[in-house]
Ligand binder design. Structure first.
Ligand SMILES: Nc1nc(=O)c2c([nH]1)NC[C@@H]1CN(c3ccc(C(=O)N[C@@H](CCC(=O)O)C(=O)O)cc3)CN21
Ligand SMILES: CC(C)C(=O)C(=O)O
Ligand SMILES: [Mg+2]
Length: 270
């Protein structure tokens, strides 16, 4: 008999933090990876705008649209029985204000079945976080290196270095928490700064290049599985899927060229 696992819900995030249980999060952009990560017990799946550079052939996340995120988010949400599914609000779909953010988030919610959304920024998006929260849409914050603002931040740089920058980061984090954010992703933040933020916040922090003291960790799945052509320094490789897939393709091609495949077992003999 197979039992349906208990779904991860938003209130479990705070409970996990209070119990000192780490939260695990990976990106997923399609049904097969979502199913595999869900069955592996990953708590949270992020349909990230990193789909732009990992899957859609863009250089950055900037060109990704809401229309492009909807089919992948729907595929991921349909494929999980336990994980909480979070979808990124892409660049240009929420910055104008709470009304724009709410229209985008409502559409993503209704059309995909995702359980929460994530947006980048601190105080400048606090009103958006409040509006979505009040409408019943759980919101994840994202601070530190926020890739949608790469050009304004002056590149892919660690954020929150130095006392003044660390202070601004904690003010942003507290503003997001006060606005109702259920968790905050910290990207490329010095480990001691992320540890301090984790200590002062009631909501969990989820780190990516932000040290081991965060309440959880997130990685882009291609980076941790050796599937991309490049991966950031903070990503650890747990498999070489790109190598394995290339080997499979080469073996298949050799069998076809040698007329070894299909053999009788893979043919209809009459
Ligand atoms: N594959 C992938 N992994 C990610 O972690 C990721 C994405 N894509 N796309 C969206 C954002 C962008 N992120 C990025 C992108 C680039 C670097 C990067 O180039 N890092 C350099 C060091 C940069 C520096 O210190 O100057 C590295 O070698 O890690 C880091 C994070 C994190 N996110
Ligand atoms: C890197 C993670 C946190 C993200 O926002 C994404 O994958 O889009
Ligand atoms: Mg993102």
């Amino acid at each position: 008999m197979t039992t349906t696992p208990k779904r991860v819900r938003v209130h479990h995030l705070r409970e996990a933090k209070e119990r000192g249980e780490k939260l695990t999060m990976l990106t997923a952009y399609d049904a097969p990876t979502a199913r595999i990560f869900d069955e592996a017990g990953i708590d949270l799946l992020l349909v990230g705008d990193s789909i732009g550079n990992t899957m859609l052939g863009h250089e950055t996340t900037i060109p990704v649209t809401v229309d492009e995120l909807i089919p992948p988010a729907r595929a991921v949400a349909r494929s999980v029985s336990r994980a909480l599914v979070v979808v990124d609000l892409p660049f240009g779909s929420y910055e104008a204000g709470p009304e724009q953010a709410l229209a985008t988030a409502v559409r993503l919610f209704k059309e995909t079945g995702a359980h929460a959304v994530k947006l980048e920024g601190g105080r400048r998006v606090a009103a958006q976080v409040r509006a979505l929260t009040d409408a019943g849409i759980p919101v994840f914050g994202h601070l530190g290196f926020t890739p949608q603002s790469e050009n304004a931040l002056g590149g892919k740089r660690v954020q929150g270095r130095g006392e003044d920058a660390a202070e601004l980061l904690s003010e942003d984090a507290l503003a997001l928490q006060d606005a109702g954010a259920v968790a905050i992703v910290l990207e490329m933040v010095p480990a001691p700064v992320a540890a301090r933020l984790t200590e002062i916040l009631r909501v969990p922090t989820i780190g990516i290049g932000a040290g081991v003291e965060c309440d959880g960790q997130v990685l882009v799945w291609l980076d941790m599985a050796g599937m991309g052509d490049w991966s950031p320094r903070f990503a650890k490789q747990y498999a070489q899927i790109g190598q394995a897939l290339g080997d499979a393709a080469r073996a298949y091609a050799a069998d076809v060229r040698g007329a070894v495949f299909p053999d009788d077992a893979h043919s209809f003999l009459q």
